[in-house]
Design a protein around this ligand. Sequence first.
Ligand SMILES: [Zn+2]
Length: 165
Amino acid sequence: MNCTTCQKALPDLLFDPAAPANAAARAHIATCPACAQELASFEATFSLLDTWEAPEVSHYFDQKLAVRLREEQAAPAAGWFERLKDRLLFNTGRQFRPALAGAMAIVLLAGGGSIGITTLLRPTQASVSATVNDLQILDNNEQALQQEDQLLQDDNPTDNDTPPS
Ligand SMILES: [Zn+2]
């Protein structure tokens, strides 16, 4: 055990010097004067604390407390601004959670409601089956090809007149 681990074990050693877990610390203190002095300093502090006595509470403490409570009860009610300031200063935020949840619910309702309204208001497209849709695409393609052919024929009319050799 080195001095650092011994310093960490000093409180345990103070409260329970005979514990077997403190054997290593005791062995180190027997050989290390610095740690032995630290332990002696702790023991002196604790023995001094043992002699300290808490001052007696005043005999009139209860009466004074009761008087102050009665004065506070009899005082005129604070204005709404004062109460709001106190509430904001000394709250834990717990009482704002329902309001926050309500606000989020309103946001959700408004968002979802607007999406629902837009889907309702959007003109519904005539439902066309996939087959009809494909046929329309093919028809459009065929028309485009025909127009292209016509354009090509208009560009060089002699090509089609001469038979392929
Ligand atoms: Zn040491």
